[in-house]
Design a protein around this ligand. Structure first.
Ligand code: SAM
Length: 288
């Protein structure tokens, strides 16, 4: 039984981090004309109304996309992200927010493809409707994690895989690690982007250590916490773990994160950009 609905959380501070980094990876893929595939194992509904009962119930987007949308000095690293959010909102008001599928769909070229998996019936229906008739997009109501390895390697031989579970079940961390190991065996040159929450620091560090322990090289962690760690405080931060990230991503994140921290946490949060499994010559930046 799936109870998580991303509509409650769309546009929150974690979405801002995840989606802005995603646009930087897509931009790097587009530097070559060769086609690529984007695989989203946990796609959600595709896009969201910020005026829905869901979004208004938590109001999380008010501490996420709203201050970023209003900021007068966004860095160049947010150009594609903000353009995609603007494309959802034709007027001046911020009414809608693109989920990862719609965000990526707005940025890809005619030669690129999207493979989207979603298990929840309502969100899978919404996703099917959003991309009905779109020849570049395949939507499947399926377990995106267990189907992932079957899609690899992609015929394009270039691809980005987003793994973005809600981690409602504690064994999801374990399942993600196993799915990544299997996927990497089939497609070692793919770029993988794994989202994770910071709710209990020990669980987060255990997940990161398990990924580092897989022996898969080139693993970059980019994390932003808007508040101090602490049990019982809910989600105080989130991060993205990239395997084979584009070479510019670490330095782009080092520009982006201080800005995001200023706008989302009044400069009082914590961020880090570090190679958990380094590539030769890669630096590390940590800040508390
Ligand atoms: N990636 C989306 C975005 O950034 O807009 C948000 C995804 S949300 C965090 C997680 C989604 O995964 C939920 O919609 C949930 O129904 C779905 N889900 C949970 N388990 C799944 C599975 N095994 N396979 C596919 N989808 C799953």
């Amino acid at each position: 039984m799936l109870s998580y609905r991303h509509g409650f959380h769309a546009g929150n501070f974690a979405d801002v981090l995840k989606h802005s980094l995603l646009t930087l990876v897509i931009a790097a893929f587009k530097q070559k004309t060769k086609p690529f595939v984007y695989i989203d194992t946990h796609a959600g509904a595709g896009k969201y109304s910020l005026k829905s009962e869901f979004a208004e119930k938590t109001g999380e987007y008010r501490q996420g996309i709203v201050p970023v949308w209003r900021a007068s000095d966004p860095p160049a690293e947010l150009r594609d992200y903000l353009a995609a959010v603007r494309a959802e909102n034709t007027g001046k008001q911020l009414l809608r927010y693109p989920g990862s599928p719609q965000l990526v769909r707005r940025l890809v070229r005619p030669q690129d493809r999207l493979l989207l998996s979603e298990l929840h019936s309502s969100d899978a229906d919404a996703l099917q409707q959003l991309f009905a008739g779109d020849k570049q997009v395949v939507v499947a109501r399926e377990d995106g994690l267990s189907m992932l390895a079957k899609k690899l390697p992609p015929i394009q031989r270039r691809g980005l895989v987003l793994i973005d579970p809600s981690y409602e079940m504690r064994d999801e961390y374990k399942k993600v690690v196993a799915a990544v190991v299997s996927a990497h065996r089939h497609f070692a040159t793919g770029v993988y982007a794994l989202w994770y929450p910071v709710i209990e620091r020990a669980a987060t560090e255990d997940f990161v250590a398990k990924l580092a322990g897989t022996g898969i090289p080139k693993q970059l962690r980019i994390e932003h916490c808007v508040a101090d760690d602490g049990a019982g405080r809910g989600m105080t931060g989130s991060g993205m773990l990239f395997i084979n990230p584009p070479w510019m991503l670490a330095s782009q994140a080092q520009t982006l994160l201080p800005w995001l921290d200023r706008v989302l946490a009044d400069g009082g949060g914590r961020w880090k950009v570090d190679w958990i499994v380094p590539e030769i010559g890669a630096g590390s930046a940590l800040r508390n």
